[in-house]
Design a protein around this ligand. Structure first.
Ligand code: ADP
Length: 471
């Protein structure tokens, strides 16, 4: 199976893809017009009718093969992820393993889409529920996890018996095209799952929302685009899953295990150069441990090795492009002029075009833009607080509600804070919570619906109530 970039790309393709570490073009992808995609959706819908008739076990066998091929081609996939997203190779390999885990999980879970027999409300009548595929789906995915954001949607759709058409992010079409190739090789019918790169995301977004054959849209990306799609899907009353932006608090209480908290902060903040929607966006530290925590964090942050993702030993790669870097620089500069203090970094890096130094700021306050906007960069803004109530109030003071983290040892506090944080996902004494076994998703303006776990399968199933009378 050839997954080399040259074989996935097309020198004549309209979509140019760039290496974030150098800014140079690495290849071009073929794009699809509105008319092309309209026909692709119609064909997908027909393939979906046949696919839905197969047994869950047959579908699972094909998904398992896709999982095995994905694992087998980890190295080639990881190279593509690093080439187009810039993340260090070790993280890319981790992403491929994480992405593949959804295929394995949903291959199994698809076999357990159980309905119910409900105790009846009247003699002579029987009440049941069955779960059926929602129908043909469309997905729009971001560039920060070019493999996992595809598998997290496509695997449950296919396992549930649906067809799916995916528009990958403009920056990262090749990982998606490689996954599509592996899926077809594994036996997923060609028309059933298609990847359709474009240079005009708004055009295909509108088509997905209005095409009469699409029954469901799953989107991961910014809150602004999510809101547009929500409006557009209302005409056809599409089923909708939205994984949008976050503003994750990472709270360190006086009773925390400080070394563990520093480890957690490193993983939560600097992974993928801070470009994940569950990245710690605000580090809240209680008075009693503030200085000690910042000192320990500084030592670890200054040991990060900045460089191109493909270089051995790199632990901090570039941002996706110079616009991403400029946004980070703007937020840091605004915070500094409003009184924040640089502990380390706080400047663009001479490592190359899209690089920004790993940064810690102290003296950050909630009214600064850096505390309310998603940074999407390797910057830890530290906010100091005194009491537990104050920490919860600051943490919840945002329209977002995706992930939250905190470190504390007092068991009463662990429960109080876990319950008090208005977030879809809360981790106590851990800095990473993404896994295929648990429901990933947000509340408030961070979105709706869950991915992964058994709940992730339900997003692609309709629950039908069946009444049998005359018994
Ligand atoms: P990010 O800041 O992560 O790039 P976006 O929300 O802009 O977030 O992008 C996430 C995905 O949404 C990408 O695949 C992008 O092409 C797509 N996208 C951007 N604008 C629109 C739009 N108007 N309609 C549909 N999809 C869009």
């Amino acid at each position: 199976m050839n997954l080399e970039l040259e074989s996935l790309g097309d020198a004549e393709g309209a979509l140019a893809v760039f290496d974030p570490a150098t800014g140079s073009e690495i290849g071009r992808a073929t794009t699809y017009s509105e008319d092309d995609v309209s026909s692709i959706i119609t064909l997908a819908d027909a393939a979906g009718q046949e696919w839905a008739q197969r047994t869950a076990k047959d579908r699972a066998a094909i998904l398992s093969k896709w999982f095995a091929l994905t694992k087998q081609h980890t190295e080639e996939l990881a190279r593509l992820v690093t080439a187009e997203s810039g993340k260090p190779m070790a993280e890319s390999r981790g992403e491929v393993a994480y992405g593949a885990s959804f295929i394995e999980w949903f291959a199994e879970e698809g076999k357990r889409a159980y309905g119910e027999t409900v105790p009846t409300f009247a003699a002579g009548k029987r009440v049941m529920t069955i779960k059926q595929p929602v129908g043909t789906c469309a997905a729009i995915t971001p560039w920060n996890f070019p493999v996992a954001m595809i598998t997290r949607k496509v695997a449950p759709a296919l396992a549930a018996g649906c067809a799916i058409v995916v528009k990958p992010a403009e920056a990262t079409p090749f990982s998606a095209l490689a996954l599509e190739r592996l899926a077809h090789e594994a036996g997923v019918p060609r028309e059933l799952f298609r990847v359709v790169p474009t240079t005009d995301p708004a055009e295909l977004g509108t088509l997905f929302c209005t095409h009469p054959r699409i029954r469901k849209l799953s989107f991961t990306g910014s809150t602004a685009v999510g809101k547009t799609l929500m409006r557009q899907t209302s005409d056809n009353v599409l089923r909708l899953s939205l994984e949008l932006g976050g503003n994750a608090p990472f709270i360190v209480f006086d009773d925390a295990d400080l070394d563990a908290a520093v480890e957690g902060a490193m993983a939560s903040k600097y992974r993928n150069a801070g470009q994940t929607c569950v990245c710690a966006n605000r580090i809240l530290v209680q008075d009693g441990v503030h200085d000690a925590f910042v000192e320990k964090l500084k030592t670890r942050v200054e040991a990060l090795k900045i460089g191109a993702g493909c270089e051995e030993g790199t632990t901090l790669g570039p941002l996706i492009n110079s616009a991403g870097r400029d946004k980070v620089a703007r937020l840091v500069d605004q915070a500094l002029s409003a009184g924040a203090k640089p502990v380390t970094g706080a400047t663009t890096s001479d490592a190359g075009e899209g690089f920004y130094e790993a940064t810690i700021l102290t003296g950050v306050t909630s009214d600064m833009a850096i505390a309310s906007e998603e940074i999407f960069g390797p910057v830890a803004p530290v906010i100091r607080f005194s009491t537990e109530d104050e920490a919860i109030r600051i943490a919840n003071d945002t329209p977002y509600g995706l992930a939250a983290y905190f470190y504390a040892r007092d068991v009463g506090r662990v429960f109080r804070v876990m319950e008090g944080l208005e977030y879809g996902m809360v981790a106590a004494n851990d800095g990473i919570l993404s896994t295929e076994v648990a429901p990933f998703g947000g509340i408030k303006q961070s979105g709706m619906g869950r991915e992964g776990s058994s709940h992730g399968l339900d997003e692609y199933l309709e629950l039908k109530y069946c009444l049998v009378g005359g018994i």
